[in-house]
Design a protein around this ligand. Structure first.
Ligand code: ADP
Length: 490
């Protein structure tokens, strides 16, 4: 199959979230399965083209794109995702993409990604390359399914092209002023309350994507179900329900090259399920680095996270003091974000300097050491489309305590369910009490070393590689091409 990824982020070039990881890893895995994959990405100022081996494409310079009353041109660069046959094309338009951040609050934010989406079609036309599947991602490329039908449907090049839209986070929908419709090349007469482009009076990029994509998917089966409810749907649950037959959930994989305790170059002692004693040495190294005393019997709870409401750490606030008074436990926390959460963790460290260590900031090496050295890992998310850290934790034998939502619910199974799958501890109610009880349950089991090692080994032997997920995407693409249901329903 020929597959074109249109995306606003891709590892290793530019990343603000999980979208970048998916667009870096999935094309590679698909290519290894024998498919031809090309990724198209805006050239942001932060991308060092020569460092990544990009070259200008002769004949694809100063390509004009007519957007209503203005003509915008772009240059094209070509390179490869490192270590793969995946071609990456960069759309180079400094006027739109040389900003301090990939996403902005500038007045022309809608225009930037309207332009990018048209530029992808122009690029494909210039390359005379017909993708079997146009894979769009999040709001930045979610007009493409409608543009494919309405604006480029005349071009026989795209006669066989199916569109897939992946939602990495439904909370970000690209809502803009209706005045941007003509620039997008969409008909103003189709803008009316409840119409294909309208959401609460705004021009919503995501909505037509949901209506026009041949199939839609999100990054875990549970999140695919959740977003069809009012609680998680962010005002698009009705539209999503109307497409429920074509809406799937495929769990993201993890980068097993970077995140494997047996080969991890960022941790002092590599280990696997047969050498768990080395994990204890990582625990010692972690506690030494974070200036906490080490005691083998005292469990260490790790946190690596953005500190935002979504991640749920506000649940810990009212119970932290009681927890630390009641049970011997230590916390090692890495993250940054909203001030009230940073302040909370700083307070906990000040109040319990031997029990709580905090690093406010971003630190890749420390995140690996926490995964290797902690006994438990905490993710009490309000919602979690997929989540990566719980999968890293499972593979590192660091038992996760998670709220049962989205991808967390699909990957972590409660030990006390007693079904032989227990690899962690889960809770459902988004309350401090539910979290408190669950932490106490986990710490109770921690005292039973045999039970604990069983839990660790279950996680460590799970396969979260991209290969498995890529196979599901191939099925999804086939479904999009043949407009038929997958055998595995959500
Ligand atoms: P989200 O994409 O919502 O932030 P995920 O769990 O899907 O959550 O992925 C978060 C990724 O970012 C993980 O790879 C995690 O290790 C990393 N990360 C988050 N905060 C930090 C930090 N402060 N330092 C290092 N890595 C971090």
């Amino acid at each position: 199959m020929n597959i074109c990824f249109a995306t606003s982020e891709c590892v290793p070039y530019v990343k603000t979230g999980g979208l970048a990881d998916v667009c870096g890893a999935l094309p590679k895995a698909l290519s290894e399965l024998g498919h031809r994959v090309r990724v198209v990405l805006p050239l942001y100022r932060s991308i060092r083209v020569f460092d990544h081996g990009f070259e200008r494409v002769a004949g694809l310079q100063q390509v004009p794109v007519q957007l209503y009353d203005r003509q915008v041109t772009f240059d094209t660069w070509r390179g490869h995702v490192p270590g793969s046959a995946v071609e990456v094309f960069l759309v180079d338009c400094p006027a739109y993409f040389h900003r301090s951040q990939p996403y902005t609050n500038d007045g022309d934010e809608a225009d930037r990604f309207i332009f990018f989406q048209h530029a992808v079609f122009h690029l494909l036309q210039r390359l005379a390359w017909a993708p079997d599947v146009l894979h769009c991602n999040d709001w930045q490329t979610s007009l493409m399914p409608v543009l494919l039908r309405k604006n480029y449907g005349w071009d026989r090049l795209f006669a066989e092209t199916a569109s897939v839209l992946t939602l990495h986070n439904t909370g970000y929908q690209g809502r803009f002023d209706r005045s941007r419709l003509p620039l997008a090349g969409l008909s103003v007469s189709d803008f009316y309350p409840g119409g294909p482009y309208e959401l609460h009076g705004a021009f919503c990029f995501m909505k037509p994507g949901l209506l026009y994509a041949d199939v839609i998917n999100t990054v875990s089966p549970t999140y695919a179900r959740e977003i069809q409810t009012q609680e998680f749907g962010c005002d698009l649950d009705g539209v999503l329900r109307s497409r429920s037959r074509d809406l799937y959930g495929i769990l993201n994989g993890i980068d097993t090259g970077a995140w494997n305790p047996a080969t991890d170059t960022l941790i002092p002692f590599t280990y696997d399920a047969d050498t768990l004693e080395h994990k204890e040495k990582n625990k010692q190294a972690l506690l030494r680095e974070m200036h906490l005393p080490h005691a083998p019997d005292v469990p260490v709870v790790g946190v690596v996270s953005r500190f935002v409401h979504q991640k749920g750490f506000q649940l810990l606030q009212p119970i932290m003091q009681e927890l630390l008074h009641r049970v011997p436990v230590q916390f090692v926390v890495l993250g940054s974000g909203e001030a009230y959460l940073e302040d909370f963790f700083r307070w906990a460290h000040a109040a319990f300097p031997d029990r709580v260590a905090v690093y406010v900031g971003y630190n890749d090496r420390l995140s690996h050491l926490i995964e290797a050295g902690a006994d438990l890992f905490l993710m009490p998310s309000a919602y979690e489309p997929c989540g990566l850290n719980q999968m890293y934790s499972l593979n590192y034998g660091t038992v996760p305590i998670v709220r049962k939502t989205g991808g967390l619910a699909d990957t972590v199974h409660d030990y006390h369910d007693g079904d032989g799958r227990g690899n962690g501890f889960t809770f459902t109610d988004f309350t401090p009490y539910a979290l408190y009880v669950t932490i106490l349950r986990a710490l109770g089991v921690f005292k039973d070393r045999n039970a604990w090692e069983t839990i660790m080994r279950r996680g460590m032997t799970q396969d979260f590689s991209w290969t498995a997920s890529a196979r599901r995407y191939v099925e999804l693409y086939e479904a999009a091409r043949h407009r038929q249901d997958l055998s595995v329903a959500v």
